[in-house]
Write a protein that binds this ligand. Structure first.
Ligand code: Q46
Ligand code: ZN
Ligand code: ZN
Length: 314
């Protein structure tokens, strides 16, 4: 196996590109793909301050590393979700990563700061854990970015993630979600810009990137994800990709180039158009007196904590 660029010994094959790469040229490929995505979708500008949402997994740590390599002032934000040992281990991985490099990391622990955690909120609200989790993360990332004067929040969603979400939204023609499925969401009143610089890199490439850069990430997946639809869509797409390399990329980027625009009108109104007020407790845009996050805290704080077994919530 030889590197397509220098003919030296290759360490990875990327079937989508029908090519093999040595360590240096693979790392360069990752940086080039991120640079290209940032420019193509106008995600960031030189000198932007970026808040990276880090979970301890390969994608978010690789993203933080890549943005720093590319010269952005990128700081990390980790949210302790209280998902048993998984959260303990992911928190440790993120803190060790940041400490070794001396990069600024902000940590918000739901239990310490708001007196609830994701499994308890899921039980109280009788919704799937990912719903309370997603709501909490979005709110806290937005708030931290605005309070800290950051230009954008960056998340580690990769090509596999985005193709799987698109697949699910298309299967059920969820047009309001399709309208928002862009690699960049511009800042709106009360919300910072959101960017996904890894959209053209796959899961396997991100794992290889971490190994080659010496990034110690946690391989373990969140136990609450087991059985969610997203994983099923990923598996289905992996089967298609194995038979026809490049399908995921064609599906996702074809959507962006040729279809996304058609769904623009299905996007729910922004706060300006819908005349949103402000949450009386935290000041976030909201149609009600309390925003969805403060409402969640109101319901979950102080509830008897759910104890996790290795299989999940009891
Ligand atoms: S952390 Fe949270 Fe994910 Fe776990 S509970 Fe669901 S949303 S699966 S990215
Ligand atoms: Zn090479
Ligand atoms: Zn609020």
């Amino acid at each position: 196996m030889k590197c397509r660029v220098c003919r030296g010994p290759a360490v990875i094959d990327i079937r989508r590109h029908n090519a093999n790469f040595c360590v240096d040229h693979f790392l360069r490929l990752c940086r080039d793909q991120v640079t290209k995505a940032i420019a193509e979708f106008s995600m960031l500008e030189r000198g932007d301050r970026v808040l990276v949402a880090v979970s301890g997994g390969k994608d978010s740590l690789a993203l933080w590393d890549l943005l720093r390599e590319l010269g952005y002032e990128a700081d990390g934000l980790y949210i302790g979700l209280g998902i048993g040992g998984y959260s303990d281990r992911s928190g440790e991985a993120v803190k060790a990563f940041a400490q070794e490099r001396g990069w600024p990391l902000q940590v918000i622990d739901l239990r310490d700061e708001f007196d609830y955690d994701v499994p308890t909120a899921a039980k109280v609200t009788k919704r799937v854990p990912c719903s309370a989790c997603g709501l909490s993360k979005r709110h806290l990332f937005d708030k931290a970015a605005l309070d800290g004067g950051y230009d954008a929040v960056a998340t580690g969603h990769n090509l596999d993630d985005e193709a799987a979400v698109l697949f699910g939204n298309t299967l059920r023609w969820q047009t309001e979600y399709l309208a928002r499925q862009m690699p960049v969401l511009p800042a709106r009143h009360g919300f910072p810009r959101k960017v996904k610089p890894l959209v053209s890199l796959g899961e396997r490439e991100m794992a290889a990137y971490c190994v080659l850069r010496g990034i110690d990430y946690i391989v373990e997946e969140c136990p609450m994800a087991a059985g969610n639809k997203h994983l099923g869509y990923k598996e289905a797409l992996n089967e298609i990709e194995a038979r026809s390399p490049g399908s995921k990329h064609a599906f996702y980027f074809g959507f962006l180039a040729r279809a996304a625009e058609r769904f623009r009108d299905a996007a729910p109104d922004g706060p300006e158009e819908s005349g949103l007020g402000l949450c009386t407790r935290c000041g976030a845009p909201s149609t009600n007196e309390l925003c969805a996050f403060c409402h969640l805290v109101e319901r979950s704080a102080g509830a008897e904590p759910v104890v996790l077994t290795t299989k999940g919530a009891r």
